[in-house]
Design a protein around this ligand. Structure first.
Ligand code: SF4
Length: 299
């Protein structure tokens, strides 16, 4: 354990939300943004976001269109709407102060097991399970001797992680961030750099001769080109470009979305995809219409 902690102290990235004085709310926003987006893209968006809406009170009253613009290209924009809902709940139920209790955190919109654990560990220095994809991968390899963890988090993994978590709060929080950083920088999904890893001498996967991924057949691939997700992203990108509240004709948005089908590799484009992308964005509350679908705008 000490070698992993020492490695972190020597190699951790200087991320803005790790600096002293970062508030629990700032940590929460950084974690929500980082869950499905590379850190290099998160850092500028997080800075801009915190400059505009430093706490839940400011975000709770922010115009949704402006929030979606600042969210920009982070992807999965429903996360931005969930952050607004979360901010409103914090304001209404906790006087604008993010709670520091696990159950109260889990009751907030968009806050799951991982985010709640990250806030407790990284903002409050407490002993909490923090199991993101990086931590899961490191523990699967180093402890369980598997190339990659199972597609979904299971009880064995939780127990394994809990067993390794140091007893005292500050060492546990240090350990959680260290293992996460190790997964981000060294024990990466595609090319683990075992030669510089502090776990090299006792890593179970390495000792077993780096066996193949036993869950490979059950893993969903994260394709993007040609998908509805790409089509939705193209519509959102067009709407972010126009001035506040300005509508864009459905035909123009469908033409934008159709570029996704043309870029795909799975044969002829799906003619229903552009319309489907518009409908699902509307259902998700990410776009709005004032004339029954003739034009659309950001909400
Ligand atoms: S030795 Fe290699 S596989 Fe094992 S934890 Fe380190 S980087 Fe990952």
């Amino acid at each position: 354990m000490q070698t992993v902690l020492a490695w972190y102290d020597a190699h951790a990235r200087d991320l803005p939300w790790r600096r002293p004085g970062t508030t629990p709310w700032e940590v929460l926003v950084s974690e929500v943004m980082s869950q499905q987006t590379p850190v290099a893209r998160v850092v500028p968006a997080w800075r801009e976001w915190m400059r505009r809406w430093p706490g839940p009170t400011e975000l709770a009253r922010a115009p949704i269109a402006e929030v979606l613009r600042v969210w920009g290209r982070l992807g999965y924009p429903r996360r931005a709407l969930r952050l607004i809902e979360c901010a409103r709940s914090v304001v209404e139920q906790h006087d604008g102060v993010l709670p520091d209790d696990l159950d109260a955190l889990l009751a907030l919109p968009g806050v799951g097991e991982y985010t709640a654990g990250a806030v407790l560990a990284f903002a409050h220095g407490r002993r909490a399970l923090v199991l993101d994809t990086n931590v899961r991968r490191v523990l699967a390899r180093a402890v369980a001797g598997q190339a990659l963890p199972a597609p979904s988090l299971n009880r064995t993994e939780r127990e394994r992680a809990l067993h390794l978590l140091p007893d005292d709060d500050s060492t546990a929080a240090h350990w959680s961030v260290a293992v996460m950083e190790l997964g981000a920088l060294v024990c990466t999904a595609r090319e683990p750099n075992c030669g510089v890893c502090p776990w090299e001498v006792s890593c179970a996967w390495l000792a077993a001769g780096r066996p193949a991924d036993v869950h490979a057949g059950r893993r969903r691939t994260q394709a993007w080109r040609g998908t509805d997700r790409q089509a939705r992203g193209l519509i959102m990108a067009r709407l972010r470009e126009v001035a506040d509240g300005q509508p864009v004709e459905a035909g123009e948005l469908k033409a934008c979305a159709a570029r996704a089908g043309l870029s795909g590799t799975g044969g002829a484009p799906d003619p229903d995809q552009p319309g489907r992308a518009l409908t699902t964005l509307l259902t998700d509350g990410l776009i709005a219409t004032d004339d029954d679908g003739a034009t659309y705008r950001l909400p």
